[in-house]
Every structure is written in C-alpha cells, then in structure tokens.
Ligand binder design. Structure first.
Ligand SMILES: Cc1cc2nc3c(=O)[nH]c(=O)nc-3n(C[C@H](O)[C@H](O)[C@H](O)COP(=O)(O)O)c2cc1C
Length: 253
C-alpha cells in the first residue's frame, strides 16, 4: 500500500489532453471526500463543480479552451473566509476575521485550499484519472467572482480539471533536492546548480516539445518562461487589479 501511494506521488504528471469521457458522481464524490480529509486549519476553502454548459463556455474563453472543453470534471477551488467568518460569528466572541488584520487566516486559507487540491489530485490518480491545475480563476478573479456569484471574502484560486488521460507525458524536471531541502539552517542557493537546472529544463522541455504542444508557440522553453513572467505594462495592470481584489476579499495584513 505504502509503495503504491509513493508510486502515485513520484510518477504523477499534469495532464493537459483529455479523452472525451464522463466521471460518475460516485467517483467524483470519492475525490471530494479525499480532498476534505486534507489536514486543513479552519477549512477556509470552497469547491464548486462547474456543470452548466454556459458557464463552461465562459471558462473556455477565460482559460485554456481545449483543457476546459475536454475535461470530464471541472472544480473551481476558492479560499473562503466568508463561511469561516459566519462560523466564528456563531461562537459569539470578538474574532480576528472581524478585524482588518488577519494575515494568518488569509495565508492559511490559501494553504488549506492547496492541501485539498493535492489530495484530490492524488485521489484522481488512484482512480486512474489525470488532472491539471489552471490558474485562470486568480488571474481573472473579478470575472470568476461575478460568474460564480462569490460573496465578499471568497477568492477564486484555481481550476482543477480532471479526466481520462489522452496523453502520456514524461516526468517534468524539478530543482535539485539539495537546493530545496536543508538541515538546521537555510542553505544559500548555488547559482551554478540553478544554471545546470535551467539547462536541463530547456533540454527536457525541448524533447517533450512542450511549448509547441501546449502553447502553440514556436519558442524555446526558457523564452516562454520569460514571456510568462515578464514585467510589462499589461502585467502591472493585471497585478494591480488582482491586488485590489485580494485586499478586499482575502489578504488583510
Ligand atoms: C498554482 C498552480 C497553477 C498552475 N496553473 C497552470 C496553468 O494555468 N496552466 C497549466 O497548463 N498548468 C498549470 N499548472 C501546472 C504546472 O504547470 C505543472 O504542475 C508544472 O509544469 C509541473 O508539471 P507536472 O505537474 O507535470 O510535474 C499550475 C500549477 C500550480 C501549482
């Protein structure tokens, strides 16, 4: 048993090409039940399954169209301080969510959601299904908030798209463990090792044909990474909008 869970964890890859199929409600229920067993703090998250065809059409415009259209289940994961606030109100005390300073609850709500997502990903793997996370809900937080009628205090974070695998991608590169794992004190990064990692990343993504396959662009992977993370007037504008939304709904520091 332990070995099979380790195998799932060690061999999981994001799946971006799904075969048309349906997931039964029972199977989806198993995935959700595995999700809620994650070690969460105040359970400050909400999962919304997107079933409505019109909403899916909207998602196809806001997110990766092919992934959203072919996935058998689409789950929107939100950080949810709205429900937690109501729950704490019931305890009848003056609680932190009534203040405009609650960095702990804000950050841990995102952490809660992340743990739940990972549990669901591994549950899907155990059931023979593939999945991918999409970040469009956070990028388009205002649109998602309107589309799913999210109350104040609820922040859309990611979509988890689940379905039958229509591809067998290779394991994707990771930073070397010795650049991530340290004992007793922080270990400063080795630029030499980071450089080697970037070279390996470029090489392996080229072999996978990653950028052409998934982004339809004729770019080297590192140029694609530059493009995605470049500070531009457009990215500044998007970040300003997201920051405003987060200040109103999540991050109270
Ligand atoms: C918070 C988060 C957001 C992500 N957003 C996207 C996304 O918008 N599109 C996408 O194709 N993959 C997305 N991913 C998946 C990562 O790109 C993927 O996990 C990474 O490339 C490593 O590949 P692997 O999962 O196959 O190991 C996201 C992952 C995380 C954790």
């Amino acid at each position: 048993m332990a070995r099979s869970v380790l195998n799932l964890l060690r061999n999981r890859k994001s799946i971006r090409i799904f075969r048309p199929s349906t997931i039964s409600e029972e199977v989806l229920r198993l995935i959700i039940e595995a999700g809620v067993r994650a070690p969460t703090y105040l359970q400050s998250y909400t999962i919304i399954q997107v079933k409505d065809e019109e909403k899916k059409e909207e998602l196809a415009k806001l997110c990766n169209e092919k992934i959203v259209k072919n996935a058998s289940a689409i789950l929107l994961i939100c950080a949810d301080l709205h429900r937690t606030r109501i729950l704490l109100d019931m305890l009848g005390h003056e609680h932190v969510l009534r203040s405009d300073k609650h960095p702990i609850e804000s950050i841990l709500a995102v952490f809660d959601a992340g743990l739940v997502v990972e549990n669901m990903i591994i549950a899907a793997e155990a059931l023979g299904l593939g999945s991918v996370i999409l970040d469009c809900p956070l990028i388009e937080c205002k649109r998602f908030s309107e589309l799913f009628e999210l109350p104040k205090g609820v922040t859309p974070l990611i979509l988890l798209c689940i379905g039958e695998r229509g591809e067998v991608p290779p394991l994707r590169p990771r930073l070397p463990i010795d650049q991530i794992f340290h004992i007793d004190k922080y270990g400063e990064v080795s630029e030499e090792k980071l450089k080697e990692y970037l070279e390996e990343l470029e090489r392996r993504m080229e072999i996978e044909n990653y950028v052409r396959k998934y982004a339809g662009m004729d770019l080297k992977y590192l140029d694609y990474l530059r493009l995605k993370t470049e500070l531009t007037n457009e990215s500044k504008k998007v970040n300003d909008e997201i920051q405003k939304f987060l200040k109103e709904n999540l991050i109270k520091t």
